[in-house]
Design a protein around this ligand. Structure first.
Ligand code: PDD
Length: 276
């Protein structure tokens, strides 16, 4: 396998990472996961913009132009012959001996790899279950940082309870999943948490909002509560790797059984039909 380190593509076994990378000690860095469909990157500009924003919000100098970002993704997927899969792209603040206070003249460290990955058709068809639990993350969930311990713990707690994903809530307000955005369809209206500091503004989320507009499905970027969720509603989760996946069961803080519904199915079809 070929991976990207700093400014070039090399064999994975030749990739030696600097010992004092701040990403390793502090999770001091940002990342993106970009889908490849039939050899073509999906929503490249949106990913680059989000990376730029994430970096800027934590004062990492954005050293990667959109062209360079695009070139790295293209080269990785070509060399590794990725047909359907994704590219993981990470940028840390840089290298210096461990201290909380960072220097302003560091060069960001870039690492990226590509991976073949099928579309999870089974989950898309049959749905997944969620484990509802308190969202204990920090208050800047809008930044796509590599500091993901709370997300890692949430996902693993969900798995321990036989669920595929966590449903995170602050008090009664549903925020998002450990690595997905969450939508509720109630009386024909689609609700999802607004893109503020409590959630990551998912690229798939943004596509779903566009698709809802195009298909004239009423959609409100308004928070919904645990007590709003009833078994007559539809719920689905979205991410780059999952696309749109219905939720059929929630356990944990609440217990609800749901069916994949007509709005979810129409959005899935619209997502498939969208040019990639
Ligand atoms: N996760 N919310 C969180 C906390 C996420 O980590 C992600 C993505 C999303 C969905 O965003 P998008 O539609 O842009 O993939 C929402 C990626 C896939 C990951 O960490 O692997």
């Amino acid at each position: 396998r070929y991976v990207w380190l700093h400014d070039k593509m090399i064999k994975e076994e030749d990739a030696h990472l600097p010992f004092f990378d701040r990403g390793y000690y502090f999770g001091d860095g940002v990342y993106e996961v970009i889908r490849i469909y039939s050899g073509k990157p999906f929503m490249l500009t949106a990913h680059w913009k989000r990376l730029e924003r994430s970096a800027s919000e934590i004062n990492i100098e954005m050293t990667v132009t959109k062209q360079a970002f695009s070139d790295i993704i293209f080269q990785l997927k070509e060399k590794n012959e990725i047909h359907n899969g994704y590219v993981y792209f990470q940028m840390t603040r840089g290298i210096e001996e461990r201290q909380h206070l960072y220097s302003n003249d560091l060069s960001p460290v870039i690492t990226a790899f590509a991976k073949e990955s099928d579309i999870p058709l089974d989950k898309q068809k049959h749905g997944v279950s969620l484990w509802a639990m308190e969202d204990i993350r920090w208050l800047r969930c809008d930044i796509k940082t590599i500091h993901l311990l709370a997300n890692v713990m949430a996902k693993n707690t969900a798995f321990t309870h036989g669920a595929e994903e966590a449903l995170l809530h602050r008090g009664n307000t549903v925020t998002e999943g450990a690595s997905t955005n969450i939508f509720l369809v109630k009386n024909g209206v689609i609700y999802t948490h607004p893109a503020d500091n409590y959630i990551l503004n998912g690229i798939t989320r943004q596509v779903v909002i566009e698709l809802a507009k195009e298909n004239r499905f009423p959609l409100k970027e308004t928070p919904f509560s645990l007590i709003d969720i009833s078994e007559n509603d539809e719920m689905f989760i979205t991410s780059t790797t999952l696309e749109i996946v219905p939720v059929t069961c929630i356990r944990g803080s609440i217990e609800v059984t749901l069916q994949p519904g007509i709005v979810t199915r129409k959005l899935q079809a619209a997502f498939q039909a969208r040019e990639k």
